[in-house]
Design a protein around this ligand. Structure first.
Ligand code: AMP
Ligand code: ZN
Length: 374
């Protein structure tokens, strides 16, 4: 790609998406110094740049000089100066910060009255709730950028749907039944496969869904291992390549976000792919390589908590729900964010002094406040 082509693509993205409806920028306008773009939007700009060039932008390249204007970005990143995208296919991301100042926020949240859990169910208000909405907004925005809709799924689901999905045989210990033929939703995405059962897709699809989920947890801890929590998911159905493309894009967005938030943790292969308890599934899991990765963030005593999972299902749900694409059972994948845990990990690692928080969160809080006041 020439720098002129990259410049044109970037300018179209900046004006069409990031600044939609606002004063457009020219190729030589100073994007940050003149206030066209803030620190949350820059992550989207970098993600777009990575998608367009097919290459990861190294942290050392993210500086004001290289990002001063659309033209400066295009001149820096056109051509093939940086490492190729395929290098990171199986990359394991690691993030390190000073862990000595980490502290559990639970006592302080209770003292402030921002964590209310009289009977095991947890509610948050105040600053904790504002953080929750910022994280939820960011994940919803990533889904929208990938073309997803956004469905608020009900908190219950027919037990038969979970049987069909294979959830009941894989994780019977997690399932919380309610009355009649219903169970509480243990994850958000099952609603979407069920709604497509018996159909043939004409295009690959990216779907957004969020739900309050419930699971049986033997040793519940507020926000960390809750019996009721919010999950936001991006689901993709199509070919194996479609699944990989969406998964990879979200991996990059998450990587960039975690880096900007200066959080400590890692994205690692996880050992419990959905259907690994079935012998056929286990063999498949071995053949197909890593089916599940998790972003795990560090808590105060070195234990870590999974705040997002990246799942490839192969054609498991395509077969289970009889969803076809291009003459085959559709492949699917989902990326699931446990929003409550992001609040917990963020407060554990950054504490309650907003002035010391990463600028992208401070900016988002300010926008939230401006929005509430208007
Ligand atoms: P999973 O389907 O198990 O990969 O879960 C998806 C995401 O939901 C996890 O990465 C967590 O962020 C979140 N999650 C799962 N179980 C809980 C729980 N008991 N409490 C809070 N968040 C959870
Ligand atoms: Zn899912």
């Amino acid at each position: 790609m020439t720098s002129q082509q990259l410049e044109d693509a970037l300018l179209a993205f900046v004006n069409g998406t990031l600044l939609a409806g606002k004063t457009p920028a020219t190729a030589t306008d100073r994007l940050f110094e003149d206030g066209f773009i803030d620190s949350l939007r820059v992550l989207e700009l970098i993600a777009f740049l990575e998608d367009t060039t097919g290459r990861k932008v190294a942290d050392r390249q993210v500086r004001l000089a290289t990002f001063r204007s659309v033209r400066a970005i295009a001149l820096t990143f056109a051509g093939d100066a940086s490492a190729s995208a395929s290098d990171e296919t199986d990359a394991l991301y690691r993030y390190h910060t000073d862990v000595s100042r980490f502290a559990s926020p639970i006592v302080e949240l209770r003292r402030r009255g921002e964590l209310i859990d009289p009977d095991g169910t947890v509610r948050i208000t105040g600053l904790a709730a504002r953080l929750f909405h910022i994280f939820d907004y960011v994940f919803a925005r990533w889904a929208r950028e990938l073309g997803a809709d956004d469905v608020a799924a009900p908190p219950v689901i027919p037990a038969a749907t979970l049987e069909r999905a294979g959830f009941v045989s894989s994780f019977p210990q997690l399932l919380l039944r309610t009355t009649g033929d219903l169970a509480y939703s243990p994850a958000a995405c099952y609603h979407r496969y069920a709604a497509l059962a018996g159909t043939t897709l004409t295009n690959s699809v990216v779907l957004g869904v969020h739900a309050r989920c419930r699971r049986v947890e033997a040793d519940p801890r507020p926000l960390e291992r809750a019996t009721e929590f919010t999950m936001r998911e991006v689901v993709v159905l199509g070919t194996a390549q479609d699944v990989e493309r969406v998964r990879h894009r979200l991996l990059r967005r998450v990587d960039r976000f975690v880096t900007a938030l200066a959080l400590d943790g890692a994205i690692e292969p996880a050992s419990d792919p959905f259907f690994a308890s079935e012998s056929a599934g286990r063999a498949l899991a071995q053949r197909a390589g890593a089916l599940k990765h998790e972003l795990r963030l560090s808590l105060e005593d070195g234990r870590r908590v999974a705040v997002a999972s990246f799942n490839k299902h192969h054609d498991h749900f395509g077969r289970a729900f009889d969803i076809a694409f291009a003459g085959q059972p559709a492949h699917s994948g989902c990326v699931a964010f446990g929003v409550d845990r992001w609040v917990l990990a963020f407060l554990t690692q950054h504490g309650f002094d907003e002035r010391s928080w990463p600028s992208i969160i401070r900016d988002a809080l300010e926008r939230q406040q401006a929005h509430a006041a208007s």
